[in-house]
Structures are given as structure tokens and as C-alpha cells.
Write a protein that binds this ligand. Structure first.
Ligand SMILES: O=P(O)(O)OC[C@H]1O[C@](O)(COP(=O)(O)O)[C@@H](O)[C@@H]1O
Length: 346
């Protein structure tokens, strides 16, 4: 393992003013997104849509540091035969790959899951590296709620097995000279308040870093992709932007060692503008010990998906919508965003 090189890539992934495009929706998730805009989820439509994003010159060259791909996409070529990975590289961004294989029900823990995909991972990573991937991603999913048997979740069992798998994955990545994005997502579904999210996320992060240490993962060669400390979607009292920023930074400072080069948030179902405003507000609380940016899926893609709607004549509009969101988030990653910039563009 060349840790200097892993650290160089991890640092580039969270460079100031840039962030990560999460375009790694699995087949089920992209179908849901396409259903919402009335587009059939065929291999060609998925390719055309993603090609549109990767050919968005302004967004890709100025505001996007890296792109997380799904297995299908990393092997796909653009309509003119250029591998999509090459389009990303040519724009100056780093290609990455989602390597988890989704979740499975966790035995003895009703309503909870464990993320799978460790079998043969070493061999898969080798092939992805040869294809150009320089980082990878694995998402663990932790739910907050009463649980199907009323005992309350998450259980320590779910937190522990997911942290163990994340660390196993991260160690395999580093051995393959690939930077692991470690993503323990605490879902914002439910009616819990921000303080419950803060407590659960803190437990999850602490356990994850404990496992990373036990399994000898070099913290200097990884990126963390966490959720923010935020109110559940159905919570009657929604925390303000300032409260989300203040509690998220307090939580991360308590749980994430400064040796980690960067943190890149998931958007988790926040609206586009909320996700931008929260990241921006956090930068007002600096200086921070790590790079802090976005790795958004929905909050970067909802607008371009709508503008495109599967029509070739809408490609320019889709790219303009993507470039706008990328620019807004790029500014937020420096604390330089203002809501008036959104209105101006509209
Ligand atoms: O399709 P999956 O595997 O459920 O992944 C869901 C998505 O969640 C993410 O981790 C975060 O996306 P969001 O910003 O939309 O929450 C993406 O990288 C990924 O595409």
C-alpha cells in the first residue's frame, strides 16, 4: 500500500470548492428516480442520462472532484464509443465505484439490515482499479425507530456488524490501492428529533472508527460519508439550518479523528437547497480539522433529472440544471453560498 498516494487522492476528493457526484444508484434506485420523471429504466436510457451529466463541462471541470459509479456504468461506453470513465478523467474528476451489494435482513434483529458484498471483493477491486477507479464506496444503513418488536432500533448488534463490514471493506480497498469512502448512513426517515439523530449517529461513528482502528485501516487514506445531525422527516419540530450545522460539527469533532483528510456528506432526502444551506452554514463555524464537502446523489440530480425528462432536446437544460446545483454546492463547500444566488438563477 502506498499511503502517500492514497492520501493525495483522498485530499483531492475533498478539495476546497469541489465535491463528489454520487451517480451510483443501484438498478432499483435509478428505476425509482426515472419513474418519477416518466422515463423507462433501460440500459441505454441510464447510459444517456449519465453521459449527459459527465459531459456537463462547467460542473465537471470546476465543481466535481470525483464521481461514484455503479458497476453497470463503469463498463459502459458513451454513444460515440468513449468509455464513460474516460469522459470523467478527461474532465479532471476522479472515477470511483460503489462496491457494496446492498443490504440483507439481519438475523435476530427484526427490521434491521447488514450490508453485504465482501465475498470476492479483493478480485473485484483489482478489476475496477484496472478500469480506472481510484476510490470506492460502501454504504451501511442504520434505521432509527421503535422496531417491529417494539424494542427500539438501532440495536448494538446492527451497529456493530455494519461497522465490522465497513472496516473489512476499507482494509481491502487500501490493500488494492483504492481510497475507501466509508458511509455509515443513519436514515432520516421517522419522527425522531435531531438530538436522537445526534446520539445514534455518534454511537455509529464511534463504533465505526473503533473497527477501522482494529482492522488497521489508515485513517489518512480514507474519506467519511456521514449523514448530518438532522431532524427525522416526520418530526414535528424541524431543527433550523443553524442548529443542524452547529450540532453536526460538534458531533463530527467529537467522533472523527483529524487524521481523516475529508468528510463528504450524503444528502439523504433533504431538499436541494437545504442540503446546500446546511453545508454552507457548517463552513461558517470553521476552521475545521478536515476537508468538509458534499457527496450528494439526490440533492445534485433531482433538478437535472426533471429538466432532462428523457428527451434528447433537453440535454442542454439538464446540464444547465446540474451545473447550477454543482456550483451552489461548490460555493457552500467554502461557506460562500447565499440563498439570493438561487433566486437569481431561477
Ligand atoms: O441505490 P442504493 O445502493 O440504495 O444507493 C443510494 C444512494 O445513496 C447514496 O449513498 C447517497 O445519496 P443521497 O445523497 O441521495 O442520499 C448514493 O451514493 C447512492 O446512490
Amino acid at each position: 500500500m502506498n499511503l502517500t498516494e492514497l492520501n493525495r487522492i483522498a485530499t483531492a476528493m475533498v478539495a476546497s470548492g469541489k465535491g463528489i457526484l454520487a451517480a451510483d444508484e443501484s438498478s432499483g434506485t435509478i428505476k425509482k428516480r426515472f419513474d418519477a420523471i416518466g422515463v423507462e429504466s433501460t440500459e441505454e436510457n441510464r447510459r444517456d442520462y449519465r453521459e449527459m451529466l459527465f459531459r456537463s463541462k462547467e460542473a465537471m471541470s470546476q465543481y466535481i472532484s470525483g464521481v461514484i459509479l455503479y458497476d453497470e456504468t463503469i463498463w459502459q461506453n458513451a454513444a460515440d464509443g468513449t468509455p464513460l470513465v474516460k469522459l470523467i478523467e478527461q474532465s479532471g474528476a476522479i472515477p470511483g465505484i460503489k462496491v457494496d451489494e446492498g443490504t440483507q435482513a439481519l438475523p435476530m434483529c427484526p427490521g434491521e439490515t447488514v450490508t453485504v458484498g465482501l465475498d470476492k471483493l479483493a478480485e473485484r477491486l483489482k478489476k475496477y482499479y484496472e478500469r480506472g477507479a481510484r476510490f470506492a464506496k460502501w454504504r451501511a444503513v442504520i434505521d432509527i425507530g421503535s422496531g417491529t418488536d417494539g424494542r427500539g432500533i438501532p440495536s448494538m448488534t446492527a451497529i456493530s456488524v455494519n461497522a465490522h463490514a465497513l472496516a473489512r471493506y476499507a482494509a481491502l480497498c487500501q490493500a488494492a490501492q483504492i481510497v475507501p469512502i466509508v458511509e455509515p448512513e443513519v436514515l432520516m426517515d421517522g419522527d425522531h428529533d435531531i438530538d436522537r439523530c445526534y446520539d445514534v449517529t455518534s454511537r455509529v461513528l464511534n463504533k465505526t472508527f473503533q473497527e477501522l482502528r482494529v482492522q488497521r485501516v489508515a485513517l489518512e487514506g480514507m474519506v467519511l460519508k456521514p449523514n448530518m445531525a438532522i431532524s427525522g422527516k416526520k418530526c414535528v419540530k424541524q431543527a433550523s439550518v443553524e442548529e443542524v450545522a452547529e450540532k453536526t460539527i460538534r458531533m463530527l469533532k467529537a467522533c472523527v479523528p483529524a487524521a481523516v483528510p475529508g468528510i463528504a456528506f450524503l444528502s439523504g432526502g433533504q431538499s436541494d437547497e437545504e442540503a446546500t444551506a446546511h453545508l454552507n452554514a457548517m463552513h461558517k463555524l470553521g476552521p475545521l480539522p478536515w476537508g468538509l464537502t458534499f457527496s450528494y446523489g439526490r440533492a445534485l440530480q433531482a433538478a437535472p433529472q426533471k429538466a432532462w425528462s428523457g428527451r434528447p432536446e433537453n440535454i442542454a437544460a439538464g446540464q444547465a440544471a446540474f451545473s447550477h446545483r454543482a456550483r451552489m454546492n461548490g460555493l457552500a463547500s467554502k461557506g460562500e453560498w447565499q440563498s439570493s444566488l438561487e433566486k437569481k438563477a431561477a
